[in-house]
Design a protein around this ligand. Structure first.
Ligand code: FAD
Ligand code: SIN
Length: 546
C-alpha cells in the first residue's frame, strides 16, 4: 500500500532556555513516579505537562491496579492471564518482571499515603482470579494520582504546567540532549512561546493516542505527541497497530473528544451486555461470557452491531440487577458520569459502544525505559515494553506505569554518572522542519480512523485512510502553534497505526481484519517502525531480535 511521508512541524523563534539533568514529558502515573524517584536520588528534574498537573488518562482510571494479593492467587496465574491476553506477542521476561513487581507498587503507594478499598478484590475481563485493587469504589486513578502528585509537589521537582513538548533535540551523534517545548498561551491557546530545555536524559511519559479516534475514553490532550516526537527523533515504535477498544463506552450520538468509560468492574459485579431485543450479546461466544478479554467482547459487540438484518448504532449495558445500594457504594463515578448524561443505571439500560481506550504498542523500550535512541527514554502508555503484546490485560497498565517510572529513575543513577553523555549536552542539531498539517482536518480524520481502523479493519478501509493521510493539506501557521502540533502528531500516529494494520494480514489480539479473520503463524512477531529520510520504514522482528 502507498504510505505517505510523515510531516514535520514548522519552526519558531526560541525565546527562552533552561538546563537540567532530567526532563520528563508528562505528569501521569509514569511521569510522576519517575520524577519523584529521580529527584529523591538527587537529580535535577523538570517535569513538563501540556495542561495543568491534572491532565492525562491516569486521573480517569476507574477499574484498578492488577496485583497478586491473595493466597489463593499466584504470580504464575497472573503471568498466564497476561500472556493469554497478549496473544503470542508478549515478551515473557518483561511480563514476569511486571507481575512480580505489581504487589510492591501497592505497598509503595500506601507508603505515599494512597487509600485503597478494603474488602474483596475486584474481577475484570481476562483475569482468572480476583486481583484488582480498587480505591473510592471506581476512582483508582484519582487516588493514585493524588498520592503521587502530592509527593511530587513537596519534592524538589520543578513543574512546568501548560508547557507542550514539541521535538527532541539531538546532538551530532544522534543522542537526545534536550527538548524543544512551548509554553501554552493560556488566554489564546493557539500560541506557543517556544524555548529549549537541555537535559542529559529526556523521558517521554505522554500516555496514549486515543484522540486519533472519534470515540475514545482518553482525555483531549492525549494526542500521541510522545510517540510522534520520538519517531521524528529516530526512535523505533512497535506493536502500534494494537489499539485496545473498550467494550463499554457510554454511547452519545455524535459525541467527539473524550467519551465516558463505564468500568469493566461493573460487569465483574454482574452487569450484562444486551442487544436491542434484550438478548445477552456474549452468550455462547466465550466461556467467560461478559468477562472475556476485551478484544473478544468488543469484536462480538461489533459483529452484533453490524449484523446485516438488524444493524444497531449501540448496544446496552444492564446493571440493574446489581442494585442501588451496591452501585452507589462501589461505582459512584460510573453513576455520576451516566447520570450527567441523562441515564440512571440503577433503573435504566445504559447505551454503550466500543471506543478507543489503550495503546498496547508505542515507543519500543524495555521496562527501564531505554529506547533505540541514547538519552531518550519512554515509560507508561507511550512505551511498548512487550508487556502487553497484541492486547493488554485489564488493569495492568497503571502498575506498569509506576513500575517503569521507578525502574527508569533507578537506572538514571548509572546513566547520568557517565561523563561521555554529560559532555554532549551543548552541541545539538536543528530538527527537520516542515509545515505540519492543517488542524481543521483533525475531526474528519478521527472519524475515518474510527470507521476504518477501529475494532475491525480491512484492506480497502485501510487504503482509504492511507490515501486521506497522503492528501491531508499542509498547515498554514507561520510558527508552530498548539493546534498544528496536535493535528500533526495525530496525523503521524494515525499513519503508523493504519500502515502497521495494513501490513499485519491476520487477526490477533485487538487487531482484527475482516479479510484475514484468523491468526497466522507467519505473523507471530512484532512490527517495528522508524523513519528514514521522511519515510516510514517497517521491520518485522521477533522480540528476541530486539
Ligand atoms: P497519562 O496519565 O495519560 O499522562 C500523560 C501526560 O502527558 C499528561 O500529563 C499530559 O498532559 C502529558 N502530555 C501529553 N502530551 C504532552 C506534550 N506534548 N507535552 C507535555 N506533556 C504532554 N489502566 C489500569 O491499569 N486500570 C484502570 O482501571 C484503568 N482505567 C482507565 C480508565 C480510563 C477512562 C482511561 C482513559 C484509561 C484507563 N486505564 C486504566 C489506562 C491507564 O489509565 C493509562 O494507561 C495510564 O494512566 C497511562 O499513564 P501515563 O502516565 O503513561 O499517561
Ligand atoms: C476499566 O475500568 O474498565 C478500565 C480498566 C483498564 O483499562 O485497565
Amino acid at each position: 500500500m502507498n504510505v505517505a511521508p510523515i510531516r514535520y512541524l514548522p519552526s519558531a523563534l526560541r525565546s527562552w532556555s533552561r538546563e537540567t539533568d532530567v526532563v520528563i514529558i508528562g505528569a501521569g502515573a509514569a511521569g510522576l513516579s519517575a520524577a519523584l524517584d529521580a529527584s529523591r536520588s538527587g537529580h535535577r528534574v523538570i517535569l513538563v505537562c501540556k495542561g495543568n498537573l491534572r491532565g492525562g488518562s491516569t486521573l480517569h482510571a476507574q477499574g484498578g491496579l492488577a496485583a497478586v494479593m491473595d493466597s489463593d492467587d499466584s504470580l504464575g496465574a497472573h503471568v498466564d492471564d497476561t500472556l493469554i491476553a497478549a496473544a503470542g506477542l508478549a515478551d515473557e521476561a518483561a511480563v514476569h518482571q511486571l507481575v512480580a513487581a505489581a504487589p510492591s507498587v501497592i505497598r509503595y503507594l500506601v507508603e505515599l499515603g494512597a487509600h485503597f478499598d478494603g474488602g474483596p478484590l475486584g474481577l475484570e475481563g481476562g483475569h482468572s482470579h480476583r486481583r484488582i485493587v480498587h480505591a473510592g469504589g471506581d476512582a483508582i486513578g484519582a487516588e493514585l494520582h493524588r498520592a503521587l502528585r502530592e509527593a511530587v509537589l513537596t519534592s524538589d521537582v520543578e513543574i512546568m504546567e501548560h508547557t507542550a513538548a514539541i521535538d527532541v533535540l539531538r546532538n551530532s551523534r544522534g543522542e537526545a540532549v534536550g527538548v524543544i517545548a512551548g509554553r501554552v498561551d493560556q488566554t489564546f491557546q493557539q500560541r506557543l512561546d517556544v524555548g529549549v530545555i537541555a537535559a542529559y536524559a529526556v523521558v517521554v511519559a505522554t500516555g496514549g493516542i486515543g484522540q486519533a479516534f472519534a470515540s475514545s475514553t482518553n482525555p483531549m490532550e492525549v494526542t500521541g505527541d510522545g510517540q510522534a516526537l520520538a519517531l521524528r527523533a529516530g526512535a523505533e515504535l512497535a506493536d502500534i497497530e494494537f489499539v485496545q477498544f473498550h467494550p463499554t463506552v457510554l454511547y452519545v450520538p455524535g459525541q467527539r473528544g473524550q467519551s465516558h468509560l463505564i468500568t469493566e468492574a461493573i460487569r465483574g459485579a454482574g452487569a450484562t451486555i444486551l442487544d436491542g431485543n434484550g438478548i445477552p450479546v456474549m452468550l455462547g461466544h466465550h466461556e467467560r461470557g461478559d468477562l472475556a478479554p476485551r478484544d473478544v467482547v468488543s469484536f462480538t459487540m461489533f459483529q452484533r452491531m453490524h449484523s446485516p438484518g438488524d444493524p444497531l448504532p449501540n448496544l446496552w449495558l444492564d446493571a440493574r440487577t446489581i442494585g442501588e445500594a451496591r452501585l452507589e457504594k462501589e461505582f459512584p463515578t460510573t453513576l455520576e458520569l451516566c447520570r450527567s448524561a441523562g441515564v440512571d443505571p440503577v433503573n435504566e439500560l445504559v447505551p454503550i459502544a466500543p471506543g478507543a481506550h489503550y495503546a498496547c504498542g508505542g515507543i519500543r523500550a524495555d521496562l527501564d525505559g531505554n529506547t533505540s535512541v541514547r538519552g531518550l527514554y519512554a515509560i507508561g502508555e507511550s512505551a511498548s515494553t512487550g508487556v502487553h503484546g497484541a492486547n493488554r490485560l485489564a488493569s495492568n497498565s497503571l502498575t506498569e506505569a509506576v513500575i517503569s517510572g521507578r525502574r527508569l529513575a533507578r537506572q538514571l543513577d548509572t546513566a547520568l554518572a557517565s561523563r561521555s553523555v554529560r559532555s554532549t549536552i551543548a552541541d545539538f542539531v536543528e530538527p527537520t522542519r516542515g509545515f505540519g498539517v492543517e488542524p481543521t482536518t483533525r475531526a474528519s480524520l478521527a472519524s475515518q480512523m474510527s470507521a476504518n481502523v477501529g475494532v475491525v479493519r480491512s484492506r480497502s478501509g485501510l487504503e482509504d485512510v492511507l490515501e486521506t493521510l497522503a492528501s491531508t493539506p499542509d498547515g498554514s501557521a507561520a510558527a508552530v502553534d498548539l493546534p498544528t502540533l496536535e493535528a500533526t502528531n495525530l496525523h503521524t500516529v494515525s499513519l503508523l497505526v493504519a500502515y502497521a494494520a495494513s501490513l499485519r494480514e491476520e487477526s490477533r489480539g485487538c487487531h482484527r481484519r475482516s479479510d484475514f479473520p484468523n491468526v497466522s503463524d507467519d505473523w507471530g512477531q512484532s512490527i517495528s517502525l522508524h523513519v528514514f529520510e521522511h519515510d516510514v520504514v517497517a521491520r518485522v522482528a521477533t522480540l528476541a531480535d530486539a
